[in-house]
Structure formats: structure tokens, C-alpha cells
Design a binder for this molecule. Sequence first.
Ligand SMILES: [Zn+2]
Length: 237
Amino acid sequence: MEQNKDINQFDIPLAKRTYLKNDKLILLKRLLIFSPFLIILFSISIFRLTRDIELRSYNNINFQAERNHDHRILGHLPYEEISKEKLVLIEPNIEVHIDMRDSLLKMREEAKKDGIFLVFLSGYRSINLQKDIFYSLKSIRNQDASERARVSAPPGYSEHSTGFAIDIGDATERETDFETEFENTEAFRWLKKNAARFHFKLSFNKNNKYIDYEPWHWRYEGSIEALKVFETSNREL
Ligand SMILES: [Zn+2]
């Protein structure tokens, strides 16, 4: 009897311990069984959340584009061709809008006083000339339209057809003409510091998503007509 008692005394705590162990095991097993479902559920909710965020920003972009009605093509805005009467010749091959002639020539004079020699590379370009540039260079360089549009505007979409755009080089460093390296010239440094005084602004800066940085390309915004022409471009998207 006494032996039995002893056994019972030992059995009970042992049984209890086993029971506790089983309880933890069951919990662990349940967790293991359900964990794939939990992971799937978690993944689905993350997927839905990111998709919602993407959709929301996509709709927002569409809404903004619609509201602005800016009709861009490959990142370029449409520009009308200036009427011939408003064009003036400032150099044998360079015509510009009459509104910007005085300011442009004054800027070159002021630069010269500082020992900087600006050279005008390209002013007004007709839509037909732009057509030649865009399509001929595109085929020479074997680029598709969007690649080409990064460095040249499609015909009808160039600021040059307004007469308010001017490409500028450094007379002492002609190898940088139409090159990004122009930004390292004294002429560019001077323009960055002083062009605004003459109402000139860099059109395609480094933040532009579609069009490559063009440190040589400046536009005039010193008249109401010019401001109207570039109003859409100046509006923040
Ligand atoms: Zn240009």
C-alpha cells in the first residue's frame, strides 16, 4: 500500500508536467499549422496597400495632366511659330524675336566688360528646320523618337520656333558648344550669375524628367508675350 502511495505521489506531478508540456506543444503545432496562412494573409494585405498607393498616385498624375491641358509630346510643350514680322537679324545667321534683341545684345556687352565672351549659336528656328534637325539626326544617330527627344524637340515643340530661345556658347571654348561640358566654362558661370538680370532663364535644368540638361539653351521671359508663351512651362506640375 505504502509503495502504491509513493508511486501515486510521483505519478501525479509527473503527469502534470507532461500535461503542461503537451499544452505548449499544441500551441506550437497550431502556430506552425497556421503560420503559412498568416504569412499569406500578411502578404496579401501588403500587396493591396502598395497597389492602392500606386493607383492613387497614378490617378493623381492623370488628374494633374488633365487639369493642366499642356499637351506635351515626349516631355516637350507645343509652341507656335512666330510671325516673320517679329523676327530681327542680330547676326548673319541668327534671328530672334524683336522683344528680346536689346536685352540679349546688352547681356553680351555686359559679359564682355567682365572679360566673358558669349557667342550666339542658334536663335529662331522654323518648324521646317526643326523637322529636318529632328528627323535627320534621329536617323543618323539611329535613335528612336523618345531618345532623340531628350536632346532635340520634335517639330512644333521647340522653344526656338517662338524666337525667344537662344543657344549660347563660350567664344574661348568652342569645343563645348552644345555640350554638357559648357557648364564648366566661364561663360556659363557668368550666365548663371547674371542672366536673370536680363530676363533670361535656363529652360532645361538638371531636374527635368524627360529632357536632358542643356546648359547652353536659354529663353527670354522679359515681355508679356514671352511670359504668355512660357506660362504653361512655368506652371508647376
Ligand atoms: Zn536650344
